[in-house]
Design a protein. Structure first.
Length: 207
């Protein structure tokens, strides 16, 4: 994530209510698009010592997403998008972003773009900050609707900051969703199996 890592990963994920995003204005008389289904707080991996709190489903994409080296361009400009932030009372946070594309072909393209950007993210992190080491793990595909994939990203700075992030992308028809979870720690602190279950729930809930 951008230097410092915690600002890029955890601040973006855990700061509740920060930057609610640009609301997409509908033309006068036009029907307001209905968002796809979203995760609830209970769908997130259990976190020791704290429950999850869910923010509201908000149109657009969070402004700070533009600075994210993994998802900054792949999520698009906010059209047809909604997001929801989740937080704990401790160091973990999460976010779901869903994008409704014009058709299945466009959704397939967006899914592929997001997976490519996640796969190449560690190299961009290290180029931007030579003092940060980034390692990506591809945890593979999930059999849900038109498919999903789960990744883990660990970053460690030269001054000792260590953050772990789990990111998944899934598709149901013309809708693509990304679930992003993060906390202090490394891969030993990542609830991969529980996050895979969360991802399956996220894709199932889209429609």
């Amino acid at each position: 994530m951008p230097k410092p890592t915690r600002a890029g990963t955890l601040t973006a994920l855990t700061a509740a209510g920060l930057a609610l995003g640009a609301v997409l204005a509908a033309p006068a008389g036009a029907a307001v698009p209905r968002p796809p289904g979203f995760l609830s707080a209970a769908d997130l991996p259990p976190y020791p010592g704290s429950s999850w709190t869910a923010g509201r489903v908000t149109p657009g994409v969070p402004p700070e997403t533009a600075a994210d080296p993994c998802l900054g361009t792949a999520l698009g400009d906010g059209r047809g998008s909604w997001y929801r932030d989740f937080r704990t009372d401790l160091d973990a946070g999460a976010r779901q972003v869903s994008v409704e594309l014009p058709g299945v072909a466009a959704a397939k393209g967006r899914f592929s773009r997001i997976t490519r950007d996640i796969a190449s993210c560690p190299a961009r992190i290290e180029r931007a900050d030579p003092g940060t080491e980034a390692r990506l793990e591809d945890f593979g595909k999930l059999d849900v609707e038109e498919g999903a994939r789960v990744y883990g990203l660990h970053t460690e700075t030269s001054w000792g900051a260590s953050d772990i992030r789990l990111v998944s992308v899934g598709r149901d028809g013309s809708t693509v969703t990304v679930v992003d979870w993060g906390r202090l720690g490394d891969f030993d602190d990542a609830p991969v199996k529980a996050f895979e279950k969360t991802t399956v729930t996220a894709v199932t809930k889209l429609h």
